[in-house]
Design a binder for this molecule. Structure first.
Ligand code: DGY
Length: 328
């Protein structure tokens, strides 16, 4: 019998066409996040789901969908899926690592530069017709070249961000809970630092850790207080890594100079006070949003889904422990 796949939101046509060559596909054509009950009603009859990071696949959903064998997430992050629950129930989970690394690193730099040089503020100023005269102290920002960049997390994306820093002649330090091979450190020219030291000496801090219990609110009142008042903080990882209310306090009280955020604690909700602060750049979770990369992510999710449904090990398996006890 042909397997049934549900795609939770409109994706690229090429991805749907690829799936249709092998399975029966239904796509939610509404550009909105489905509620839990809607998700369950669609996934109940499905063998596979192509999900987005906005779909919460928890125990309740998995229990209500006993036929579901694979959840192929269209994202490298998979904190929207309860991996433990999926593994217990024999459900394969996959993600889309690698293809978005460079695009996301480009965007971390976009945010860093925009915040350092106040591009968004200046754009608002110019559009408002306020540019009446050039001024020697107008929109003074912070130099980037030659400064110290602190990377919290030196995985694939952190490393790609580090590579770009050499063009700015920066000193790059990092903190990562996992050991990084010495050769990688040498090639990148980066130096490990205890987290507290990184917080104290960095001019720019860019966050590249997954959302885990240990990384939730890693940036908090306590850690912002350790930073330089000239520090610029960039977050392209996951929103809850930064305590958004503490960030507001840090910006308002001059504990740091600026921030640039692509992700938010209660996405798509954004802490309202952030809107009233000039020295924060706000982007709607678009770090991987290039034409090329989003298409690659889509095709990768589709291939992961198809491989799993054919009984093959998918290329990007998140929960290898599931292998011996997959749902059939
Ligand atoms: C991901 O893939 O996890 C990003 O947050 C969206 O591209």
């Amino acid at each position: 019998m042909t397997a049934r796949v549900y795609v939770t939101r409109p994706i690229f046509d090429q991805g749907v066409e690829r799936l249709k060559r092998e399975v029966h596909v239904e796509v939610n054509s509404d550009e909105r996040v489905l509620s839990k009950s809607e998700l369950i009603s669609h996934l109940r009859e499905a063998d596979g789901a192509l999900t987005l990071l906005t779909d919460i696949i928890n125990r309740e959903v998995l229990d209500a969908c006993p036929r579901l064998k694979v959840v192929a997430n269209f994202a490298v992050g998979f904190n929207n899926v309860d991996i433990e629950a999926a593994t217990e129930r024999g459900v394969i989970v996959t993600n889309t690592p690698g293809v978005l690394t460079e695009t996301t690193a480009d965007f971390a730099w976009t945010l860093l530069m925009a915040a350092a040089r106040r591009v968004v503020e200046a754009d608002r100023f110019a559009r408002a017709g306020k540019f009446k005269m050039w001024g020697p102290k107008m929109f003074l920002g912070h130099d980037v070249y030659g400064k110290t960049l602190g990377l919290i997390g030196l995985g694939r994306i952190g490393q790609a961000v580090a590579r770009r820093a050499s063009g700015f002649n920066m000193k790059v330090i990092f903190h990562d809970a996992e050991p990084i091979p010495e050769q990688v450190l040498q090639d990148l020219g980066v130096t490990p630092a205890p987290l507290e030291e990184l917080l104290r000496i960095s001019d720019f801090i860019s966050v590249h850790v997954p959302l885990l219990a240990e990384t939730k609110h890693l940036l908090s009142d306590r850690t912002f207080a350790m930073m330089k008042p000239t520090c610029v903080v960039v977050n392209t990882s996951r929103g809850p890594v930064v305590d958004e209310k503490a960030l507001v306090r840090a910006l308002k009280n001059g504990k740091i100079a600026a921030a640039a955020l692509d992700v938010f604690e209660r996405e798509p909700e954004i802490e309202p006070e952030l809107f009233d602060i000039d020295n924060v750049v706000i982007a709607p979770h678009i770090a991987s949003a290039s034409h090329e990369t989003r298409l690659k992510m889509c095709m990768m999710a589709a291939e992961n889904l198809l491989a799993s449904l054919k009984g093959n090990r998918p290329p990007n398996l998140v929960n290898p422990e599931v292998w011996g006890k997959r749902r059939s």
